[in-house]
Design a protein around this ligand. Sequence first.
Ligand SMILES: [Fe+2]
Length: 325
Amino acid sequence: MECRIASASNLCYNGTMKNIKELLTVMAGCSAAAGAGLLARSEYERKHFQTDIYPIRSSRLPEAFDGYRIIFLADLHNHSFGPENGRLLAAIRALRPDCVMVGGDMVVAKGPKSLEVPLRLMEALAADYPVYYGLGNHEQRMDREREIYGNQYDIYMGALKELGVHILRNRGEYIERQGSCIRVDGLDLDRRFYKKVGKRPMPPSWLEKTLGPGRIGEYRILLAHSPLYFREYVRWGADLVLAGHFHGGTIRLPLLGGVMTPNYMFFPEYDRGLYQAREEGRRGAMILSAGLGTHSINIRLNNPPQLILVELRRRHGTGSKAESV
Ligand SMILES: [Fe+2]
């Protein structure tokens, strides 16, 4: 039998190793608890939307539209707040909107998925309000990748049309009230402008070629799924841009804002909320929704889903100068 006598240095070494192992065990336990806590918080946030009201003032707004209320929905991604989106619908109805505008990505195009959730929601909304629908990259993908999605795009768009939803795919419509008009256009951005890394420059005439002239009389709202080209939209002639796509930056940090978009753009220039720009003497505003759902990165921290009400207000006493907010 081998008999070993522990030396003082051996005892010291064993004691240090034991302390390190205990420390690592505590650290691993704390990390696991913090991770579980953050995941639980994220799950809670994903299920509870926040309602934000944005008053938007403009001297370009006709008097008849003073107080006009628009519900803006974006990036539902098949999510349901309660059965058949009952909680979302109740909140929308309580806000007494004049119309509903949709900024795209109500579906998830990541392999074949059911269209039932967004269609049920649109059915309920279209029964009570005019609904204007601009497309996101997920609706576009259903149309483009027919080898994966078959005729789902046609089924979805056909059902929306039957419900009376105004589908704005690179086209616009006038909204009339007491003899005055505003206009809403829906922009279908080319795939090249949804690049994952960086921002591809948009040729100066692209928006005009795609949507027609922007700097014409009426107050103009642009449903533009991606916020990345806000300045270009204002230059084109948008008074108010309604956008989504970036999901608020997924995780929001104090001072730094959104960390990452669903397409892995880090610390984006625009993430959530209200922005203003002045381009070539023309002012425009953008309300960027953090969206209602998630896909791919199913996390939200300090970034609750957003139900948005836009209240248009006529600004008096500033002449005819283009102005928003
Ligand atoms: Fe999107």
